[in-house]
Design a protein around this ligand. Structure first.
Ligand SMILES: [Zn+2]
Length: 168
Protein backbone atom coordinates (compact mmCIF):
# COMPACT_ATOMS: atom_id res chain seq x y z
CA UNK A 1 0.00 0.00 0.00
CA UNK A 2 1.35 3.40 -0.96
CA UNK A 3 2.52 5.37 2.05
CA UNK A 4 0.25 8.13 3.18
CA UNK A 5 1.92 11.25 4.59
CA UNK A 6 0.36 13.41 7.26
CA UNK A 7 2.00 16.83 7.08
CA UNK A 8 2.62 19.37 9.78
CA UNK A 9 3.21 23.03 8.85
CA UNK A 10 6.95 22.44 9.36
CA UNK A 11 6.91 20.00 6.43
CA UNK A 12 6.05 22.89 4.08
CA UNK A 13 8.22 25.45 5.84
CA UNK A 14 11.29 23.20 5.85
CA UNK A 15 10.87 21.96 2.29
CA UNK A 16 9.54 18.40 2.43
CA UNK A 17 9.96 16.68 -0.96
CA UNK A 18 6.67 15.24 -2.19
CA UNK A 19 7.17 11.70 -3.41
CA UNK A 20 3.68 10.31 -2.83
CA UNK A 21 0.30 11.37 -4.20
CA UNK A 22 -1.25 10.67 -0.84
CA UNK A 23 -0.61 13.63 1.43
CA UNK A 24 -2.96 14.83 4.16
CA UNK A 25 -3.21 17.69 6.58
CA UNK A 26 -5.91 19.36 8.71
CA UNK A 27 -7.47 22.79 7.96
CA UNK A 28 -5.89 24.36 11.08
CA UNK A 29 -2.38 23.63 9.84
CA UNK A 30 -2.89 25.60 6.65
CA UNK A 31 -3.27 28.78 8.72
CA UNK A 32 0.21 28.23 10.17
CA UNK A 33 1.90 28.45 6.78
CA UNK A 34 2.48 32.15 6.56
CA UNK A 35 5.79 32.95 4.90
CA UNK A 36 5.62 33.66 1.19
CA UNK A 37 7.80 30.84 -0.09
CA UNK A 38 6.11 28.11 1.95
CA UNK A 39 2.70 29.48 0.96
CA UNK A 40 3.60 29.29 -2.74
CA UNK A 41 4.74 25.71 -2.32
CA UNK A 42 1.60 24.87 -0.40
CA UNK A 43 -0.72 26.42 -3.03
CA UNK A 44 1.14 24.64 -5.83
CA UNK A 45 0.72 21.26 -4.16
CA UNK A 46 -2.98 21.90 -3.53
CA UNK A 47 -3.44 22.94 -7.17
CA UNK A 48 -1.71 19.80 -8.38
CA UNK A 49 -4.17 17.76 -6.36
CA UNK A 50 -1.44 16.22 -4.20
CA UNK A 51 -2.81 17.36 -0.84
CA UNK A 52 -6.03 16.41 0.88
CA UNK A 53 -7.13 18.84 3.58
CA UNK A 54 -9.21 16.75 5.90
CA UNK A 55 -11.01 17.58 9.11
CA UNK A 56 -11.28 15.10 11.99
CA UNK A 57 -14.41 14.34 14.00
CA UNK A 58 -14.33 15.42 17.64
CA UNK A 59 -14.58 11.78 18.83
CA UNK A 60 -11.18 11.25 17.28
CA UNK A 61 -9.77 14.28 19.02
CA UNK A 62 -10.99 13.17 22.45
CA UNK A 63 -9.67 9.69 21.76
CA UNK A 64 -6.19 11.12 21.23
CA UNK A 65 -6.66 13.28 24.28
CA UNK A 66 -7.36 10.15 26.37
CA UNK A 67 -4.27 8.35 25.08
CA UNK A 68 -1.82 11.17 25.70
CA UNK A 69 -3.42 12.71 28.76
CA UNK A 70 -0.95 10.99 31.06
CA UNK A 71 2.05 12.53 29.31
CA UNK A 72 3.00 16.12 30.04
CA UNK A 73 3.06 16.78 26.31
CA UNK A 74 -0.66 17.42 26.19
CA UNK A 75 -0.05 20.86 27.71
CA UNK A 76 2.53 21.80 25.11
CA UNK A 77 0.48 20.80 22.08
CA UNK A 78 -1.48 23.51 20.29
CA UNK A 79 -4.99 22.85 18.98
CA UNK A 80 -3.72 22.44 15.38
CA UNK A 81 -1.06 20.01 16.69
CA UNK A 82 -3.73 17.90 18.39
CA UNK A 83 -5.89 17.93 15.26
CA UNK A 84 -2.94 16.74 13.19
CA UNK A 85 -2.19 13.91 15.62
CA UNK A 86 -5.89 12.98 15.64
CA UNK A 87 -5.85 12.82 11.82
CA UNK A 88 -2.80 10.54 11.90
CA UNK A 89 -4.49 8.36 14.50
CA UNK A 90 -7.72 8.19 12.50
CA UNK A 91 -5.94 7.22 9.27
CA UNK A 92 -3.86 4.56 10.99
CA UNK A 93 -7.02 3.16 12.63
CA UNK A 94 -8.45 2.91 9.12
CA UNK A 95 -5.53 0.67 8.23
CA UNK A 96 -3.53 3.23 6.24
CA UNK A 97 0.22 2.91 6.09
CA UNK A 98 0.99 6.38 7.41
CA UNK A 99 3.94 8.52 8.32
CA UNK A 100 3.73 11.93 9.95
CA UNK A 101 6.16 14.56 8.70
CA UNK A 102 6.99 17.07 11.41
CA UNK A 103 9.99 18.84 12.87
CA UNK A 104 8.09 19.67 16.05
CA UNK A 105 9.67 17.83 18.95
CA UNK A 106 6.51 17.72 21.08
CA UNK A 107 4.47 16.24 18.23
CA UNK A 108 7.22 13.70 17.58
CA UNK A 109 7.27 12.73 21.22
CA UNK A 110 3.50 12.30 21.31
CA UNK A 111 3.56 10.15 18.17
CA UNK A 112 6.24 8.00 19.77
CA UNK A 113 3.95 7.41 22.75
CA UNK A 114 1.08 6.55 20.38
CA UNK A 115 3.29 4.29 18.29
CA UNK A 116 2.62 6.22 15.08
CA UNK A 117 5.56 6.43 12.62
CA UNK A 118 7.02 9.88 11.96
CA UNK A 119 9.96 11.56 10.36
CA UNK A 120 11.44 15.03 10.44
CA UNK A 121 12.45 17.09 7.43
CA UNK A 122 15.50 18.78 8.92
CA UNK A 123 16.02 16.94 12.18
CA UNK A 124 18.53 14.54 10.65
CA UNK A 125 20.46 17.28 8.89
CA UNK A 126 20.97 19.34 11.99
CA UNK A 127 23.54 17.03 13.57
CA UNK A 128 26.81 18.75 12.79
CA UNK A 129 25.97 19.38 9.18
CA UNK A 130 23.99 22.59 9.32
CA UNK A 131 24.59 25.84 11.05
CA UNK A 132 22.91 29.22 11.24
CA UNK A 133 24.20 32.55 10.13
CA UNK A 134 22.63 35.98 10.07
CA UNK A 135 22.30 37.81 6.79
CA UNK A 136 21.21 41.39 6.10
CA UNK A 137 18.14 41.63 3.89
CA UNK A 138 19.45 44.86 2.37
CA UNK A 139 23.20 44.73 1.74
CA UNK A 140 23.53 40.92 2.22
CA UNK A 141 26.32 41.34 4.74
CA UNK A 142 26.80 38.20 6.82
CA UNK A 143 27.07 38.34 10.57
CA UNK A 144 28.12 35.68 13.07
CA UNK A 145 25.31 33.95 14.93
CA UNK A 146 26.26 35.89 18.08
CA UNK A 147 25.56 39.27 16.42
CA UNK A 148 23.11 40.69 18.95
CA UNK A 149 20.96 43.10 16.88
CA UNK A 150 17.97 42.67 14.58
CA UNK A 151 19.14 45.46 12.27
CA UNK A 152 22.20 45.67 10.06
CA UNK A 153 24.94 47.90 11.43
CA UNK A 154 25.86 49.00 7.89
CA UNK A 155 22.55 49.80 6.20
CA UNK A 156 19.95 49.41 8.94
CA UNK A 157 17.91 46.74 7.11
CA UNK A 158 16.40 43.75 8.84
CA UNK A 159 18.58 40.71 9.49
CA UNK A 160 17.29 37.21 8.92
CA UNK A 161 18.65 33.85 10.00
CA UNK A 162 19.73 31.48 7.30
CA UNK A 163 20.66 27.82 7.48
CA UNK A 164 24.00 27.03 5.90
CA UNK A 165 25.60 23.73 5.15
CA UNK A 166 28.98 23.55 6.87
CA UNK A 167 30.05 20.08 5.82
CA UNK A 168 28.85 17.26 3.62
ZN1 LIG B 1 22.90 45.77 5.57
Amino acid sequence: MEICYVLDASAFINGFQFTSKRNFTVPEITAEIKDFESRLKFDAIVNEGLLTIQDVPSECLSCVHDIIYESGDILRLSFPDKKLIALAYMLSQQGENIKVITDDYTIQNTLKIMDIPYSGVITEGIKGIYNWKKVCEGCKKEFPEEYPFDDCEICGSKIFKKRIKVSK
